[in-house]
Every structure is written in structure tokens, then in C-alpha cells.
Write a protein of this length. Sequence first.
Length: 346
Amino acid sequence: MQVYPNRLESTLNNALPCFAMIFGDEPQQKLDAIASLRTKALQHGFDERHTLVADSQFEWSQLIEASQSMSLFASRQYIELELPTGKPGAEGSKTLLEIAAQNNPDVMLTLHGPKVDKSVTNSKWFKALDQQGIYIPCYPLEGDRLKAWLNEQIQLVGLQPNPQLAAFFSDFFEGNLLAAKQELQKLLLLYPDGQVDVSQIDKVLVEQSRFNVFQLADVILSGDAQKTVKLLNRLEAEGIEPNIILWALVKEWRTVSTLSLALQHNQPLDKLWGSLRIWQNRKGLYQDALRRLDMTQLNAIQEKLSHLDRALKQSAIARPYVELCHLCLMFIPMQLEALPLDYATS
């Protein structure tokens, strides 16, 4: 049964599952989910905890031993197993199926790892555990979901509900929930009565949103102009060299152009995904870009990329991020013909 992190607490209050699987790329939600499961397991008498990591040196017999070992002081075992790749392999799959078949009420198993795809969620071991337990996907939060999470955290740390504070944190810490939660806890020390003066907190907080060039590439491919500009502003503030962003734009232009030419020649894209190192989770982004951009637009992007590359090498540009923004918006695409890049007067 799939349970989102914001519903986990109420789910655990109703019943404690035999198995819990926590997968995703958002670390704070994963940490919170693991902490909740540990607390509830202890309350239900799972007094002994084993922590295992299925790395290259791991022996799956260790999991079997942990599930069968009963100490003199604890009759119920709580086991946490980290899957660094999200996949247990052939031997691990067999072991997990065996444990699922045992259905031992005195053993609770929590698996956790990175984001997994359908090849994992459709596997026999995953379905066997999911049938008797819960699956908690932990994905990055944006927009209203991020604000809802922040509102919940504001109250949990002991601050008074404040929509302005949630909105401020949403913009300040998007992409870094770990930092957001830490800073909320610090605010309670500064405002012990829980009443936060939003107009003052920007002076005591350090912006810790973490946006990188790869995220920028994904946003450009998705066609989100507003977020593209926002990400560029963050990258400029963090001092990212313009050449690094230009490299990323050239790389994405080449990939989209290659795919576009293949479509023009009625070649199936299935044969290109692997050679271009485009994984399943990014195929949709490139398909979105292909629907928006034709070869005329791609040729215009190529010309602008070449101009900017020469200008950067000659140090003939005063504000490179303005031109980078121009280029990024051409991927959206936006009509920018009336705004030529004049490097001679920059």
C-alpha cells in the first residue's frame, strides 16, 4: 500500500506494518519516515534494532540471521536495511521473498534507498512486501505541497502558524528541506514565544536552496520559463561559472537536435535513448522539448550558443548571465528575435 509521507503518522497510528519501504531522492522526508517507524516500532515492543547496509560486501545471510535472532531481553526484532542502489539483486530478491513468506509478527523490516523505477516496484519481492506493508515514496516538494509541508513543520517545531513564514521558507529553501527544518528549529530559539517577525528573519537566515546545472537542464527541457529564470538567479548568486552553464546548454542542444533529426528521418527513438545515455526518468523531458522545438528554432539556438561561446572566450561580455537567460528562454521557446545579443556594447 502506498502511503505518502504526510499520511504516514496517521497510518502508523491505525496499524503497524510488517514491512515498510522508503525510497526517493528527498532526504528529509526519508529521515522523518525512518524516525517515525523506529518510534512506533519501539512502542509496539520491537526493542532490538538491527541496522544493515546491502553494499558490495553484504552477505544476505546476515538479514536471515537478524530476523531469526532473539535475545534474552527482546522478543521482537526491528530491522533496517539500506539498499544503496534500490535493487537487492538476484540473491537479495530471493531472500526478501523468503522473509515475506514467513510473515513473522515478531519481525519488522524497513527497507530504504534512492528513487526506484517501475522495474523495482513491479518486481516480485517488492509486491510481496507491499502486500503486507507500506511503500513510502519521498520526492522533492514544490509549490503548494512544499508550503503544506512547511506549515506542518512550523507547528511541529513549536512556532505559531504563519502563511507568510511558509511562503518565505518556500522561496528561500526550495530544494533543501534539511536546511529548512534546521532553520525553523533555530527560529524557535530566537522567538521562544513562537511569534516570528517575517520582516526580520531574512537577516538571520542563510539561503541554502541547492540548485545545480543539471536541475537547470531539466527545467529548461520541461519548458518552465519562470523556474528557469529563478534557477539562473540562484546559480549566479552561488557564483557558478557561466562556461559551466554554457556547456550544459550545448549538451542539451546537441541531444535534442540529434533526436529531432532522427524523427525527421522516421527513425525510432528507442534505439537512441541508450546511446545518448538518456535514462527512463528523463525521456519525458526530451519528448516535451521535441514537441516544442523544430529545426529552425534549434538552428537559431545553435547560432546564439556559438556567439556566446566566442564572446566568453574573448572576455567581451560584461553580464554573461543576461545572455545565458536569453539562451535558456530560447529552449522554452520564447520569441526573443527583438532582443538581439549585442556583445560589442555589453
